[in-house]
Write a protein that binds this ligand. Structure first.
Ligand code: GTP
Ligand code: MG
Length: 354
């Protein structure tokens, strides 16, 4: 009976893995959508260069990190290459906003005084673009470009397992309404970091190496690896890495998903722990990230996920008491559904995301 049960669990997780894979493939953007987005990026770059000739407009976030869903937003970042930019980021936001309003069909909104000043663009759906486009253009947000590159590198070490898990978690968290930093839950970026933390630090043997702790293949000068005092170095030569490092973890993506939900519903120490992909599990007390629930308002450190580069920054700072309750409840619900092992694995996925 033991053996019988063991085999059926294996078969069940194999079937779950196949379904997960097919589920995610259907949600990926089409080549056509990616081409339209690239055309839009080039057009916007050309226009912005009429104001600031030495600028570049680069994609970051899901359009650039390999975790993109069909019809997702475009995150763009404008970098100015001249050593003494004549305009401040907030002046640029205002000028670029005016220009795009005059010269394009986009609806434009500017936030010149935000922590990272941005121009928000949107285009209503049309026959050629059935979902429209929406995009945020930020200025000089170099850390976001680097953390996008880090996520991209992790994805390219083990594309099938990493991308399937992260994309599934994004869809699941959106459908279950726990992917809204403005409403007290966690961003897609936060969920992606939870997946990587799990694959690097929780799984034994690990599925991924810690790219920020591997020895550098060659010495790198300080100024090339620091942005505003933050160390942004990581092992980014993935071809070389694959010659030197291979995971001995052979679990299927279905098994990893089951364990992911189990870990975050049962084992992660929400009250005292900090998930750090650079350092492993840290203590809130060691980082000074303590909760001071003054009048129930200071909610910043209920749930702690350290940004890989900006290590003073808690990516989950927006998660409120109610938000964390909802997120943990969803991890438990998902764990329960998968533990029940419904006969048809596709039904388990449908139920998870319903
Ligand atoms: P969707 O927009 O939901 O499809 O997902 P996404 O993959 O684009 O993720 P998200 O919009 O959450 O984040 C986009 C990018 O913004 C990330 O890849 C990061 O580069 C950056 N980012 C988002 N949130 C943070 C944050 O709290 N801190 C930092 N440093 N960067 C962030
Ligand atoms: Mg995004």
């Amino acid at each position: 009976a033991q053996r019988q049960r063991h085999i059926s669990r294996h078969q069940w997780t194999q079937s779950l893995s196949r379904d997960l894979h097919n589920f995610v493939i259907q949600l990926l953007p089409t080549a056509e959508e990616l081409a339209v987005k690239e055309d839009v990026r080039k057009l916007l770059e050309r226009l912005i260069r009429t104001i600031e000739p030495e600028s570049r407009l680069l994609s970051f976030g899901s359009t650039a990190n390999g975790f993109s869903l069909r019809n997702s937003d475009m995150d763009l970042c404008c970098l100015i290459d001249s050593s003494q930019p004549p305009l401040s980021a907030s002046d640029l936001v205002t000028m670029v906003g005016d220009l795009l309003e005059r010269e394009t069909k986009f609806k434009v909104k500017t936030l010149p005084h935000a922590r990272i000043p941005i121009v928000k663009l949107s285009l209503d759906p049309s026959p050629g673009l059935p979902y429209g486009i929406s995009s945020d253009i930020g200025f000089e947000n170099r850390l976001a470009l680097e953390n996008t590159r880090l996520l991209m590198s992790y994805a390219s070490i083990d594309p099938v397992r990493v991308r399937t898990l992260v994309i599934f978690l994004k869809v699941w968290s959106k459908r279950r309404k726990i992917n809204s930093p403005y409403l007290g839950t966690l961003s897609s970026y936060g969920y992606a970091l939870l997946v990587i933390f799990f694959l690097v630090h929780v799984k034994n043997p690990p599925v991924l190496p810690n790219l920020q702790q591997l020895p550098p293949p060659r010495p790198v000068p300080y100024e090339d690896t620091h942005i505003g005092g933050n160390d942004v170095w990581f092992f980014d030569d993935i071809d070389l890495l694959k010659e030197r490092w291979q995971s001995s973890n052979t679990e299927s993506v279905g098994e990893l998903l089951i364990d992911f939900f189990k870990y975050y519903s049962r084992d992660f120490t929400y009250n005292t722990g900090v998930a750090s992909i650079k350092m492993g599990l840290l203590k809130k007390s060691a980082k000074g990230w303590l909760n001071e629930y003054k009048d129930g308002r200071d909610e910043r450190n209920r749930f702690c996920i350290e940004d890989p580069f900006e290590t003073d920054f808690n990516v989950a700072r927006c998660v409120t008491k109610e938000g964390l309750y909802a997120i943990r409840g969803e991890f438990m619900r998902a764990s329960r559904i998968l533990a029940a092992r419904p006969e048809r694995t596709i039904m388990a996925l449908a139920q998870l995301c319903e």
